[in-house]
Design a protein around this ligand. Structure first.
Ligand SMILES: Nc1ncnc2c1ncn2[C@@H]1O[C@H](COP(=O)(O)OP(=O)(O)OP(=O)(O)O)[C@@H](O)[C@H]1O
Ligand SMILES: [Mg+2]
Length: 271
């Protein structure tokens, strides 16, 4: 039996493909749809918090190593970062457990017996804030903390550019996840699943992009979601520390983002 999806890791072995952009937009989109959502950033670059204009903080390190209570380190994202018209806001809440430079020390400082601590913290976070879903923004490089993410995640959303190297990154990430599943099944008796693959930064008029999307869609039937087109507004919105829903509510970017949010909602409802 697959585990009911509560914790979703957004990942790819390749850097700069849009993991943090998609994590924050899926999370904010789900909050706009009325869900209570948490983001846990496991990347020491700390982009998830920064994209919402939150201060640069070591929440993950403080939770796992310093054992600080979540109430001191989890941040509520002001909805003014992702809502076009504040007065219309009737959505759920969005929270971030941020990361910063100390995150890289987490795997070295965790004790041997603390293998399950990350999962336990996520479950505590979910219970405390009545979260419907938690998204994990991951870092691009392999590290010792990956095992903790593999143990915790019920489902995966892979983000890829429409180029060969990025698609290969998805394939190797999926292979690695599949191997790691044996541990999760052994220790927790829980399976996990691939929720979807997002082709990002697509140039619709570029033949190689279209053909690469077909190739990955053949390799992973019915898992490839509608592509997100390459548009400067994504970079501009990040620069303003705003979500695209607020920065360009009438643009193609916003329609692309909502399509991804809808697919995520459908996958959550389908269980
Ligand atoms: N569809 C898009 N069109 C144009 N730019 C985009 C698009 N999606 C993301 N970007 C930009 O690409 C850059 C990298 O995105 P992002 O930081 O989300 O990637 P990442 O995979 O999280 O990177 P890292 O591996 O460093 O964590 C950012 O400047 C972002 O604004
Ligand atoms: Mg990132």
């Amino acid at each position: 039996m697959p585990q009911k999806i509560k914790i979703i890791a957004v990942t790819n072995r390749k850097g700069g493909v849009g993991k943090s952009t998609m994590t924050t937009h899926i999370a904010a989109g789900l909050a706009l749809a009325g869900l209570n959502v948490g983001i846990v950033d496991t990347d020491s670059q700390g982009h998830a918090g920064l994209m919402f204009g939150l201060p640069d903080e070591n929440g993950l390190y403080e939770a796992l190593i310093l054992k600080k209570p979540l109430s001191e380190i989890v941040r509520l994202v002001p909805f003014t970062r992702y809502v076009e018209d504040d007065k219309m806001y009737t959505g759920g809440n969005l929270y971030v457990l941020p990361s910063s430079d100390l995150t890289y020390r987490v795997p070295y400082e965790l004790q041997q017996h603390e293998t399950f601590l990350f999962l336990e913290k996520l479950e505590e976070l979910g219970d405390w804030l009545s979260l419907d879903v938690i998204l994990i923004d991951t870092n691009p490089t392999l590290n010792m903390f990956d095992g903790a993410v593999y143990l915790a995640a019920d489902a995966y959303i892979y983000v890829t550019e429409c180029e060969r190297l990025s698609m290969d990154g998805v394939k190797s990430a999926i292979e690695q996840m599949t191997r790691a599943q044996q541990q999760r099944e052994k220790y927790l008796n829980r399976a996990s699943q691939i929720m979807g693959i997002i082709p990002n930064k697509m140039r619709p008029s570029t033949t190689v992009h279209r053909s690469n999307i077909s190739i990955i869609a053949e390799a992973f039937p019915s898992l490839v979601w509608s592509p997100v087109t390459l548009r400067t507004a994504w970079v501009e919105a990040a620069n303003m520390q705003e979500m695209i829903y607020r920065y360009a509510p009438n643009g193609q970017e916003c329609r692309d983002a909502y399509a991804i949010v809808t697919k995520t909602m459908e996958a959550l409802r389908a269980q």
